[in-house]
Design a protein around this ligand. Structure first.
Ligand SMILES: Nc1ncnc2c1ncn2[C@@H]1O[C@H](COP(=O)(O)OP(=O)(O)OP(=O)(O)O)[C@@H](O)[C@H]1O
Ligand SMILES: [Mg+2]
Length: 145
């Protein structure tokens, strides 16, 4: 996990979408859009958030079989953000550094899901343990305009 930081959340409980099949991916995206509608995200930012949710949710379906996506509005000073946590108790990732490289895939995918998601979000953290599972935590912050 990332080290504790002085980020108070907005008090909202996690909204958890369980992920098992492809339609759950769509549901998770819809829930994120609904939550994020309250925040000052541009249409482009909402699209990036939906994209990363698709990527991590599809990874859960493909590699772990099942898992969940937790969504939460977080706050840091005046800024709010949307935090996405994708977690599963699947096989885990033996070499995270390798998995984070563009083009690395164990399934003949493009190998862009994880590194692309990191680029699309403001914060990205991945923890994985072989035989235990994987947890990807990502946050997008509102721009201060
Ligand atoms: N939740 C997970 N559990 C176990 N292994 C995972 C998980 N997510 C990713 N991986 C591993 O990390 C690799 C890289 O993931 P990434 O999403 O970047 O690429 P991909 O899924 O192979 O292809 P793409 O997402 O571009 O279709 C995967 O090929 C897989 O080996
Ligand atoms: Mg992927």
């Amino acid at each position: 996990m990332s080290s504790a930081s002085p980020q108070a959340d907005a008090g909202a409980a996690d909204l958890v979408v369980s992920i098992r099949v492809e339609v759950d991916v769509v549901l998770a995206r819809q829930e994120a859009r609904r939550l994020a509608a309250d925040l000052r995200f541009t249409g482009a930012e909402l699209t990036l958030i939906a994209t990363v949710i698709s990527e991590v949710a599809r990874n859960i379906v493909a590699y772990a079989g099942k898992g969940e996506i937790a969504l939460r509005i977080v706050q840091q000073g005046q800024r709010r953000g949307l935090r996405v946590v994708a977690r599963d108790r699947g096989p885990g990732i033996p070499d995270i550094e390798l998995a984070m490289q563009d083009g690395y895939s164990t399934s003949r995918g493009l190998g862009l899901g994880l590194p692309g998601s990191k680029r699309m979000m403001d914060e990205f953290n991945i923890v994985s343990e072989v035989g235990k599972g994987t947890e990807v935590t990502m946050t997008k912050w509102e721009r201060v305009r």
